[in-house]
Every structure is written in structure tokens, then in C-alpha cells.
Design a binder for this molecule. Sequence first.
Ligand code: SAM
Length: 221
Amino acid sequence: MTTAPACRHAPATMRNREPLLEVLRDALPPLGTVLEIASGTGEHAVFFAPRLVPRGWLPSDIDPLSLESIAAWRALQPAKNLLPPVRLDTLAPSWPPETCPPSPAISAIVAINLIHIAPWAACLGLLAGATRILPPDGVLILYGPFRQGGRHTAPTNAAFDESLRAQNPAWGVRDLEAVAQAASSSGLSLTRTVAMPANNLSVVFTQDRTNTETCREKAKQ
Ligand SMILES: C[S@@+](CC[C@H](N)C(=O)[O-])C[C@H]1O[C@@H](n2cnc3c(N)ncnc32)[C@H](O)[C@@H]1O
């Protein structure tokens, strides 16, 4: 396959895309648009979109070179349900799909390998945005390595965590309990944890409307 110069390649996407597809098929609502946060190269987007019809797929990233790569992969492997990428920073108080909602409406948000390779604030921004955007029973799916019970789940994850923190002290493998606690404060309930290859987890949160309203009221006070 000949790829355009803008097409970037992340080898891990080839290894994790099939197990991730299984989780997505199982956990995503049957309809609506999936907003992918931090799409990176765009290789996941072009792989998942045609396999998850009739859902739509909206890729996004904060980084201009990633946006170019996603667009280039989309040009190479178009799918009717794959929308053009949008620039989205999880920290922004409002996200582009809030001002310009896709059709069908967003029913799910997916963030693969984001929250450990970004500051904790990016995770909090992701949870806040998910709470604003998701409909009742909408889902947020995170994928990556997590600590559980205050410990790493494998020596390889501990080494990875060290290398992340050496690159940027604000990065690092997150505690699943801390993420679940922050999600719960935003009105998102942890509903499923799926063990994945290479000591990763897929973690599914569901928008809990009653709890969300309470959280919004508390935030206003
Ligand atoms: C390790 S890459 C993962 C990319 C892709 N999901 C994958 O699994 O190959 C992390 C991505 O997060 C993006 N990112 C970092 N901080 C972000 C933020 N605050 N909002 C949105 N995307 C962000 C980066 O630009 C990068 O593309």
C-alpha cells in the first residue's frame, strides 16, 4: 500500500485494533456518532468506521500534524460514515461538536491511549466534555494501561510509567480508582472493565443522568 507523506504510522494500532474492535462492538450504543478523542495517526478511525456502520465516526486531535495524518488516511481509505477530523483540545471549555453537532448525534466518546500521555487536567477535561455532550445512557470508553489498587498491574507497565514521567513529569499511568472517582463526580459511572492484551484495560463509563444533574447543581453552588 502506498501512503501519502502526511500519513503517519503507529505500530501499536495494528496490534490493538482487533481486540479494541471487539470491545467497541459490544459496548457502543447501536446508533449515533462516535466521537474519537486524540485520534493520533487516524489509523484507528479508518479501521473502526467501516466496521461499525451504521454508526458515524468523528475523529479529532489537538495536534495539527495528527489532523493532517487523519485526513490523509481518510482520503486513502474513505468510508461513508467517517467524518473529517476536527481540532479538539479536551481542556477547552466547549468542544467543536457542541457548536456544530454531527448527524446522527453523538452517542459515545472513545479515547485510546490519551490520559497517561497527557497531564491529569486533560483527563478531567475529557470527563467534563463527556458529561456535557453524552446523552443519557451514552458511553465513554477509555483504553490504556491503568494502576489498580494503588499498584501497577505488570512490571512492563511500571517501566512504561517511569519512561512517561521522564519525558514529562505531568504524564503517567493513571490510577483506575482516581479516574473512576473523577468520572463519578462528573456524573459518569464506571460500568465495565475489560482486560486487554499487553496489560491494558478498556474501561467503559455510562452517563448517569440523575447523577449528572446533581453534579451540575453542586458545581453551580
Ligand atoms: C499516544 S497518542 C494516541 C493516539 C491514538 N489514539 C493511538 O492510540 O494511536 C496521544 C494523542 O493525544 C493527543 N492529545 C494530547 N493532549 C490532548 C488534549 N488535551 N486534547 C486532545 N488530544 C490530545 C496527542 O496529540 C496525540 O495524538
